[in-house]
Design a protein around this ligand. Structure first.
Ligand code: SF4
Ligand code: SF4
Length: 356
């Protein structure tokens, strides 16, 4: 498994130019260099050299990072901050009993008997049979939003949906630094996948998509890495565009869209929004800026995260639309929780499927 010291060269390649400060939503609020990549890398360099020790304070700075990747896209040295933060979080995880206890409880919830129990109450939608088949990774999102929308839309494109009960993608374990727990998610995924002879996987949640795409880089097992080489993970929007699927809403609707940090192919989403008949898409300013959920930090760093959320809210309100659509369960919850009833939040696929 990758460790922080494996990222030594990436960390050293930071030129300290400070350009990351200009795009980092957290730095914009705090003005503190310790909360942005440049500062993170200075501290982590010291940690690798043994000049400083991992501490609660350092972990707090790591936790403040939204993992939005805005700085990586802007960084002249092309440093992938998200992987480095994960490896640094793993260092803290090793030394923190509290984190281990929280992770233990979390794993009891997201794996095993509890999930089997929830599955009893989330019956699978029945897919039509077609030659072209795709495997749907619903993750926790499907347990809450259901899978009817995916089946309805992909069936209308002549694609059969195979829909096993996968367990959680493990993103929350990854961000906590519990890389062992994350590896358990990877092995659960592979175990389920081996029961089917399908290499095409489709997701609807941005966080699941990111995790699944990261699996081959973080697995501890060479056998798993080889198995994952042939697996193609895509989100449903790519599929819809690829199949040139023309959807028509029964009633006109005016919507805006919040792009989750973990989704890359906004162009496919935009294509769907602009090519669905009776759907008027209003692009909000900074549609791709983080909603400020950032896991538990939404509450432990309430003031900072609320300030980040407030600029998102302002941009939503400016669009004058009734609906904010998104494609990540976390973003959906965050946007809903703090909406103050001024707009309605819905998963994009569910919104369209329920209106065609
Ligand atoms: S933009 Fe990249 S190279 Fe420049 S300070 Fe930030 S992390 Fe370092
Ligand atoms: S990933 Fe986002 S929040 Fe984290 S340092 Fe980069 S820009 Fe800031």
């Amino acid at each position: 498994m990758k460790q922080l010291k494996d990222f030594k060269n990436d960390i050293h390649s930071c030129s300290k130019c400070g350009l990351c400060q200009s795009v980092c939503p957290v730095y914009k609020v705090t003005g503190n260099d310790c909360t942005v990549s440049r500062g993170h890398f200075i501290m982590l360099k010291g940690l690798i050299k043994g000049e400083i020790k991992m501490s609660k304070k350092l972990n707090r700075y790591l936790d403040l990072c939204l993992k939005c990747g805005a700085c990586s896209r802007f960084c002249p040295s092309g440093i992938d901050v998200v992987d480095i933060i994960a490896a640094a979080k793993a260092e803290y995880f090793k030394s923190s009993l509290k984190q281990k206890v929280l992770s233990f409880i979390q794993k009891r919830i997201i794996f095993g008997a509890f999930v089997d129990f929830i599955n009893l109450f989330t019956p699978k939608a029945k897919s039509k049979t077609f030659d072209k088949k795709v495997l749907y990774f619903g993750g926790c999102s499907a347990k809450i939003n259901g899978d009817k929308a995916v089946v309805k839309i992909l069936n209308s494109a002549g694609i059969e949906v195979i829909n096993p009960s996968f367990s959680c993608c493990g993103i929350s374990l990854f961000t906590r630094g519990d890389l062992e727990g994350f590896n358990q998610s990877i092995e659960n995924f592979v175990k389920t996948l081996k029961q089917y002879n399908i290499k095409d996987i489709v997701t609807t949640c941005a966080s699941c998509e990111k995790s699944l795409k990261d699996y081959s880089r973080w697995t501890e097992s060479e056998e798993t890495k080889n198995f994952l080489k042939d697996i193609k993970v895509r989100n449903i929007y790519e599929y819809i565009k690829e199949n040139d699927l023309k959807l028509v809403l029964k009633q006109p609707a005016r919507v805006t869209f919040h792009k989750p940090c973990n989704i890359d192919n906004y162009d496919d989403i935009k294509w769907l929004l602009n090519n669905t008949e009776n759907l008027e898409y209003v692009e909000m300013n900074d549609y791709d800026k983080c909603c400020g959920l950032n896991g538990i930090s939404r509450f432990s760093e309430y003031k900072i995260m609320t300030e980040i959320f407030n600029s998102k809210r302002k941009n939503i309100l400016k669009t004058n639309t009734k609906y904010v659509l998104t494609s990540c369960l976390g973003c959906e919850i965050s946007l809903k929780l703090f909406s103050q009833n001024s707009y309605r939040v819905c998963d994009l696929i569910n919104f369209i499927a329920s209106r065609i």
